[in-house]
Design a protein around this ligand. Structure first.
Ligand code: GLC
Length: 543
């Protein structure tokens, strides 16, 4: 019996390719250097051509943009930076005309400090109803001058900020992102209503931000091993009081009920950073999330042993509850794979970014492994997530000067961790356009590195061996051969790491150049294919 057999059900989210649009950097229609919804609408046909099934949009809601929109001040409106609700509706309509589904980001763990709830909380007394929507607490120490507990922010520094009357509020991220109190029924009702607001408009689903942070342990006790784990957790140890609390599951169930009450296959994907995967399986039980991101796979880097165990554990865990596994190599929080695989950037540094003072990646190795790892991933059964620009083989902007940095991580660590701006740079669409076709003017909210010119999409469209055409062919063949719905079994786990899905063998060479394995060559990650299977190369072979 293969390690994984096709899962029951044929809903699109079980095998779909979901493309992440980062609205600020996708396409700028207005010419102010900031991507917008009209820009997305105009460029959607290009995504259709690419061969994806759905898009996921990072937040476009009203926001002071302290964390690039993951600080929402109005969950039911569009930030004027990106357009308005009418632009959203037009974008959605166009996507649906093209046969593309649209998932949007839901950010329930925290709001912006400019959200009217938080503003009223600040203007209300300790112990008031208004404060109960967030986690306000008295401090420790003689005069309450110490934070209520030892929790740390994911972006560096303490997870608590003190307000004028002496109380403290909790923020697992930036101080501009106060954590909501999910014990409070009003908070729950509000989010159910927000879900309905967008489902009524016609969205196909949600990517849920930081769902594992929403429920906190009663009384907000200290993180027992903060010295070793910082803001995070250590796999295999007991969950710290701010991560993976059991009480969160009933919230997901209530959301699932809402989604299920709408026609069509609406889906929710949790950005659940939950390990081990056997634990994550609880999150994708049939009445909870449809999918979760598979960070185990992303974190494996391009390490043979880690990849094998990530894949084994994924199938074991997700199959145990009948959920599809998802696969992902890139997003707006980690170093782009064309750079990450060109150097020694492990999990610890993936979201810390690469700056001008860090060791620079080997770009040839990076792009070789980026193409190879993508082919390896796209042959796997299940759903896959792509992040805008990876289809162009874009590298990270690794020499971005400090004055351009916007990620709160940079500021909260005094530049020690440069943060995630380097993977968020506006896309190059046309080699000859101002801002490389990102918009009608030269404006670009982050400067594009010189190397983006030769990677412009219009040049790649004309070049048969381009990364763009590799992605297109892979997606086309994947669909044709139904690889997304297929099965999985290892063929060999030596230096030639290979698996079979349907009648395709996917093989990656971790060793030296060697003879081509048997089978009809369908696709090769190298731009030119000779008579050898080269080191660091991936092939798809039909048998
Ligand atoms: C998620 C987002 C990230 C954001 C954080 C806080 O991890 O992907 O960009 O900074 O949540 O909302």
């Amino acid at each position: 019996m293969p390690l994984h057999e096709p899962t029951a059900g044929s809903e699109w989210w079980r095998s779909g390719i979901i493309y992440q649009i980062y609205p600020r950097s996708f396409a700028d229609h207005g010419g102010d250097g900031m991507g917008d919804l009209k820009g997305i609408t105009n460029r959607l046909p290009k995504l259709k051509e690419l061969g994806i099934d759905a898009v996921w949009l990072s937040p476009f809601y009203t926001s002071p943009q302290k964390d690039a929109g993951y600080d929402v001040s109005d969950y039911r409106d569009v930030d004027p930076l990106f357009g308005d609700l009418n632009d959203f509706d037009q974008m959605l309509e166009r996507a649906h005309e093209l046969g593309l589904r649209v998932m949007i980001d839901l950010v329930p763990n925290h709001s912006s400090d400019q959200h009217e709830w938080f503003q009223s909380a600040l203007n209300s007394k300790p112990g008031s109803k208004e404060r109960s929507y967030y986690h306000f607490k008295d401090g420790k120490g003689e005069n309450g001058e110490l934070p209520p507990n030892n929790w740390q922010s994911m972006f560096g520094g303490p997870a608590w900020t003190r307000v004028e009357d002496g109380q403290w509020y909790c923020h697992l991220f930036d101080s501009s992102q106060p954590d909501l109190n999910w014990e409070n029924q009003v908070v729950r009702d509000e989010f159910e209503d927000i879900l309905r607001f967008w489902l009524d408009r016609g969205v196909d689903g949600f990517r849920v931000d930081q769902p594992h942070a929403m429920a906190k342990a009663q009384g907000l006790p200290d993180h027992p091993y903060v010295a070793e784990a910082g803001a995070g957790f250590i796999e295999g140890r007991e969950s710290p009081p701010m991560w993976f609390q059991d009480s969160v599951h009933e919230i997901f169930r209530s959301w699932r009920n809402i989604l299920d009450s709408y026609p069509g296959d609406r889906a929710m994907c949790g950005e659940a950073y939950v390990l081990p995967l056997s634990f994550m399986a609880l999150w994708v039980r049939p009445d909870e999330f449809h999918q979760t991101f598979n960070f185990r796979f992303l974190d494996a880097g391009w390490d043979q042993e880690k990849l094998i165990s990530a894949i084994n554990e994924s199938f074991e865990a997700f199959d145990s509850v009948g959920a599809p596994s998802t696969w992902v190599l890139n997003n707006h929080d980690v170093i782009r794979h064309a750079s990450r695989f060109g150097g020694d950037y492990g999990r610890a540094t993936a979201s810390d970014g690469i700056g001008p003072n860090n060791p620079q990646p080997d770009s040839l190795l990076g792009i070789t492994l980026a193409r190879a790892s993508t082919l390896f991933m796209l042959g796997l059964p299940g759903a896959s997530y792509l992040y805008q620009g990876e289809e162009l083989g874009l590298p990270e902007h690794t020499t971005l000067e400090p004055e351009f940095r916007q990620d709160p991580t940079f500021f909260r660590t005094n530049g020690e961790r440069v943060g995630r701006d380097g993977c968020r740079v506006p896309l190059p669409w046309e080699a000859n356009g101002p801002s490389l076709g990102f918009g009608p003017t030269a404006a670009s909210w982050l400067p594009q590195p010189a190397g983006y010119l030769e990677l412009a999409r219009d040049l790649q469209e004309k070049d048969d061996s381009s990364t763009l055409n590799l992605y297109k062919r892979a997606l086309e063949i994947r669909k044709e051969l139904k690889l997304g719905e297929g099965s999985f079994d290892w063929v060999s786990t030596g230096e030639l790491l290979s698996y079979q899905n349907q009648n395709v063998i996917v093989v990656h060479n971790f060793g030296k150049d060697c003879a081509l394995p048997a089978g009809r060559l369908v696709l090769s990650s190298d731009s030119e294919q000779g008579d050898l299977l080269r080191s660091n190369q991936t092939l798809w072979l039909e048998i």
